[in-house]
Design a protein around this ligand. Structure first.
Ligand SMILES: C[S@@+](CC[C@H](N)C(=O)[O-])C[C@H]1O[C@@H](n2cnc3c(N)ncnc32)[C@H](O)[C@@H]1O
Length: 270
């Protein structure tokens, strides 16, 4: 039942404890989890709450309201911040050999790492552009919905585990190695910027970017939400710009939004 009479003050069916939970959660965190695939998200949330001995989700909401540390642990779990430097190396090869040389013809590359997590993708991109085309001006914006992860991205520090697939010569060239941490050198950071941003609502002026990487983010979204986002990302690209997506993702209807597939999981804007 989802009639008005059957909804509580949050507008959610009171018999559906998941909906009550994610609707109430918006008082603590502004992201609308109704836009995310329910099966996957619900399993994650229930197993996390279950490990704390809570099975009725509205009870867990009360726990989160009273315990900020628990709220942060919960949000870390929900946002799934997994990333690494040079993740999916085949795509970086395509960027290095084909896309960057083509885009660098303009002497400037404006790129967006959308759903950037702690910045591994954005710093990798900065290294790959500078290595491929040293004289190109680099502007890279990383955005994520998770405020704490954006603070981490600004630090530009990565573990040995983050660097496990990265080329060692590139790590040594662009990062300082101290203990088991790699810190981005100033010349790698130059032109990089990280901001809080919710891709469910984001709208950027048409043609703002030459390259957008939005990888391993939309897998969590409902299909219509994913398709709407891909439409907005395509609009944000200039003609001839590229969209790079994750290796388990797809753009459902590239043609109508002006995209043509050029390589696996890479599209060019007409
Ligand atoms: C698995 S990480 C992907 C990181 C990076 N793109 C990569 O492929 O390595 C997914 C990121 O998407 C972010 N995310 C989830 N929903 C989002 C939203 N609505 N807006 C912006 N970022 C979001 C999460 O916070 C998380 O950091």
């Amino acid at each position: 039942m989802t009639t008005a009479a059957a909804t509580n003050r949050f507008g959610a069916d009171p018999n559906d404890d998941y909906l009550v939970f994610i609707t109430g959660l918006r008082q603590l965190w502004p992201v609308d989890l109704t836009q995310y695939r329910r099966g996957q998200m619900e399993r994650r949330i229930r197993s996390f709450a279950g490990r704390r001995g809570v099975t009725h989700l509205p009870d867990y909401l009360q726990v989160l309201k009273g315990d900020e540390d628990e709220l942060h642990r919960f949000l870390d779990h929900v946002t799934i911040n997994v990333s690494q430097l040079w993740r999916h190396p085949e795509q970086w090869q395509v960027l290095h050999k084909e896309l960057i040389p083509e885009l660098a013809a303009e002497n400037r590359i404006r790129a967006w790492s959308a759903g950037c997590s702690y910045g591994a993708e954005a710093y990798t991109l900065s290294a790959v552009i500078r290595e491929t085309s040293p004289n190109t001006r680099v502007q890279i914006t990383g955005t994520d919905v998770d405020r704490r992860i954006i603070d981490r991205a600004k630090q530009g520090r990565f573990t040995d585990a983050d660097a496990r697939e990265a080329p060692q010569d590139q790590m040594k060239k662009w990062f300082d190695h101290e203990g088991d941490m790699w810190s981005a050198k100033p010349e790698l950071r130059f032109g990089m910027n990280f901001e809080l941003g919710d891709l469910l609502h984001t709208s950027v002026p048409a043609g703002s970017y030459d390259l957008i990487m939005c990888r391993n983010v939309v897998i969590y979204f409902n299909e219509d939400v994913r398709d709407s986002l891909h439409g907005r990302l395509a609009a944000a690209l200039r003609p001839g710009g590229y969209l790079v997506i994750g290796a388990t993702e797809r753009v459902a209807t590239p043609g109508p939004i002006g995209l043509t597939p050029t390589h696996p999981f890479i599209y060019r804007k007409a």
